[in-house]
Design a protein around this ligand. Structure first.
Ligand code: ADP
Ligand code: ZN
Length: 581
């Protein structure tokens, strides 16, 4: 936008200048010099009235009379003209008249050229500047090369990326075995969780240049520039060979194309297409890896996630208590910390803090300490910093509200996990967490037995109970009136499963073997379906609650451990369950 304005201004200056100068020349020629017939000129010469004649190669010559008046007349262009004049005592000035007219012309043209040159230089300078801002090569010796040891926590993401280091270093080895190398890795998760850091560390570990850009650099530029920037970026990367290209905020250029607005952002599409084309244009042994990051994987264009593009997707989540401790420790390493600072306790108190926020916390504490000219960072400095960091967030009393939040989420998630283990022992619960992720609050993951082709009615009933387990646990522990909105998507899922069981799969005795989709909306007795769905859900909910009540000790033990550790893995879950029985 800025540049467009500049161009407009400069162009108007040029136009005005050109008009003025041509006008000036025209008027100059026109006004000052009246033309007289050649014969009259000769009479003037005879009468001795002519003082001076300006000779040139032009059609006209300029004549000045003794009385000072100036006019032009035809140039006779004869050989002896000058001599004749001289003999008549007339001063003759030989002037290349064409030059005097050309000079302003030349001036105009050269000024125009100069201005144009400057604009284009500014434009390409600007583009070059932006390009270089976009892709500073981060491998010069001045900036410290990051490694995975600069990333605390995030163990799973680190592990997944460590595999890539070898791909970058020895692409030939994989190529020789016919392996298709990964080209793109998508890191997704909340802001400040270390996605950029991980990408930098990947480049650092592999010892290759790092080209960071942001998706937002490619939008809001002149038409077509986004796409050409992408090409330029990849050209640069290919020139250096093995490297890591990092595209932050990829969602701003790879948003889902909106069906109802196909022409919505042609420019964005062009940029996205350029990216996809470039990515499929790599040679397999180039050793170039494109890492992209987003907070919103859900709004990404699917085209980006297909094989050969960002086909590896790694979730980078907010750190759990242990992760937060490691991050705090890492960011305290270069700071003098007083002995009575308890980082373990601080980790407990910083639920839902991202790595960036933790880093910020330690930095603010150091600033407070420095302001006080203290030698060390004390708990008081950290405490003060804590509230500074939280400003902007809604004010939260860390000890009260966060602990309550944690407890509710812990019981909710423990409820899901416990019901799973109780109704479907063969299902593995690989993880339970109370840390919010991109998928929502908390979360637990079950791995269903892999060798199942069909789901039985019993399986579906179990899954409905598992979905209801979160709300059921909340109700048992906190009471009917204190259940939360945390179960909204669970209820949605449970309703959907129940309805399809009843209306589509012929699994309800009362409804029978009727598929309501086939019957369509004609004469459909919605009320009957609604009643059966509700009855079924109510019955399953009561069963679920009973199941949890019967195992309340395990539920409480799981929740307690979750509040403490925030994330439990499969062994820990199984351990608690088998020890409480
Ligand atoms: P993202 O790209 O996910 O938004 P960044 O990588 O930009 O997050 O993180 C910003 C800063 O926060 C980092 O430069 C680092 O100082 C700190 N940080 C975030 N996560 C971690 C982590 N896991 N370990 C150490 N520092 C971290
Ligand atoms: Zn739930």
């Amino acid at each position: 936008m800025k540049i467009n304005k500049k161009i407009k201004i400069t162009l108007s200056i040029i136009v005005i200048f050109t008009l003025l100068s041509t006008g000036y020349i025209y008027i100059q020629n026109k006004k000052s010099i009246e033309e007289i017939p050649y014969t009259l000129f000769l009479t003037h010469v005879e009468k001795g009235l002519v003082e001076e004649v300006e000779l040139s190669n032009n059609e006209k010559i300029k004549v000045r009379l003794e009385n000072g008046s100036v006019f032009i007349t035809d140039n006779p262009r004869k050989e002896a003209f000058k001599e004749e004049l001289l003999l008549s005592n007339i001063k003759v000035i030989e002037k290349d008249e064409s030059l005097s007219q050309t000079i302003p012309m030349i001036l105009t043209v050269s000024i125009m050229a100069f201005i144009l040159f400057n604009i284009s230089r500014n434009m390409s300078k600007q583009a070059a500047k932006e390009m270089s801002q976009m892709s500073k090569i981060d491998t010069d010796n001045k900036s410290k090369r990051l490694t995975f040891s600069d990333v605390a926590g995030n163990e799973e993401a680190k592990e997944a990326l460590m595999d890539m280091v070898d791909f970058i270093k020895n692409p030939e080895a994989y190529n020789n075995l016919g392996a298709r190398l990964p080209r793109g890795v998508l890191l997704y998760g909340p802001p400040g969780t270390g996605k950029t850091l991980l990408a930098k560390a990947l480049a650092g570990e592999a010892g290759v240049p790092f080209f960071p850009v942001s998706g937002s650099d490619f939008v809001q530029v002149y038409a077509g520039l986004g796409a050409s920037r992408i090409r330029e970026l990849f050209k640069k990367a290919k020139e250096v060979g093995k490297s890591v290209i990092f595209i932050d905020e990829i969602d701003s250029l790879g948003k889902k194309r909106q069906g109802d607005n196909p022409a919505g952002s042609e420019e964005g599409d062009r940029t996205l297409n350029a990216l996809l084309t470039e990515m499929s244009g790599f040679n397999d042994n180039d050793g170039i890896i494109v890492v992209a990051a987003t907070n919103r994987i859900d709004i990404l264009d699917e085209a980006l996630l297909r094989p050969g593009r960002f086909d590896r997707q790694i979730e980078v989540n907010l750190p759990d208590v242990n992760g937060r401790y490691k991050i705090l420790k890492l960011h305290s390493e270069n700071k003098p910390i007083a002995k009575d600072v308890d980082l373990k306790k601080l980790a407990l108190d910083t639920v839902y803090f991202s790595g960036a926020k933790l880093e910020n916390l330690m930095n603010e504490a150091a600033i407070y300490a420095a302001k006080e000219k203290a030698k060390e960072i004390t708990p008081a400095h950290i405490n003060k910093a804590y509230y500074t960091v939280l400003v902007g967030d809604e004010k939260k009393d860390r000890s009260a509200i966060n602990l309550k939040d944690k407890e509710i989420t812990a019981f909710h998630e423990a409820g899901h996990a416990l019901v799973t283990k109780l109704v479907a022992k063969e299902n593995r619960v690989s993880k339970v967490s109370i840390i919010p992720s991109t998928k929502g609050m908390g979360g637990f993951s079950i791995n269903l037995p892999p060798d199942k082709m069909y789901q039985s009615k019993k399986d579906i009933l179990n899954n409905i109970m598992i979905a209801l387990g979160g709300r059921a646990a909340e109700e048992i522990i906190f009471g009917k009136d204190l259940v939360t909105t945390g179960a909204s998507s669970d209820i949605e899922k449970a309703t959907e499963m129940t309805l399809s069981m009843i209306a589509l799969l012929g699994m309800d005795e009362e409804i029978g073997l009727v598929n309501y989709n086939v019957i369509g909306n004609r004469n459909l007795d919605n009320k009957l379906l609604l009643n059966r769905t509700k009855e079924t859900l109510d019955k399953l909910y009561i069963e679920t609650k009973q199941l949890l009540k019967d195992n309340i000790q395990i539920l409480k033990a799981l929740a307690k451990k979750l509040v403490e550790k925030e994330v439990l893995n499969e062994e820990e879950i199984n351990y608690i369950i088998s020890n409480e029985v």
